[in-house]
Design a protein around this ligand. Sequence first.
Ligand code: HEC
Length: 165
Amino acid sequence: MKKTALLLISLFAVVLFISSCGGGQPAGEQKDAAVKATGPYADLPADIQAMMPRGEEIYKTKCTVCHQVTALGIENVFPPLAKADYLLADKVRAVAQTLNGSKLEMTVNGKKFTQEMVPQVDTKEDAVAVINYVLNNFGNKNGFVTLAEVQGVVIKPRTAQPAAK
Ligand code: HEC
């Protein structure tokens, strides 16, 4: 009986010890994380980091249907956005194409694409956000584009949509 009580007390002490140690550690780590930003966007300016959630939302709702969840596209139909030489060669052009669509014969990573992409977003803010998301995901680590850089891009008037009635 005495032995059992002793055992229980020491067990209790061990549990207390473990929980106090375990509780202290993560709190310290969390504090560090708040001081210096970590994660995939840590090296980007704060205003670019701030647009990433919006960029991700747009990508996942609007782009995946063609460019795919992987951003690898579909051969001969939808060009890749992952490690795409064409995209990386001109970020402002990528923003303009996202805004205004594109109907060109283009060569992306050595493959030809000729299908049309219609305008995908309506504002420069959205186009810049989604392109910055693309530039920093899917194996891309290719910097960013700013709103100031796309100041010269003209948003073309949308072709009239048939009235939805
Ligand atoms: C309905 C299919 C479709 C959707 C949806 C779509 N695209 Fe495209 N995209 C294309 C096609 C087709 C091309 C090739 C256009 C051409 O040949 O002129 C293209 C080309 C591009 C290019 C230039 C080529 C490259 O590899 O860099 C970019 C940038 C791009 N799309 C971005 C986007 C973004 C960002 C979204 C989502 C906001 C999006 N696209 C949604 C079909 C689509």
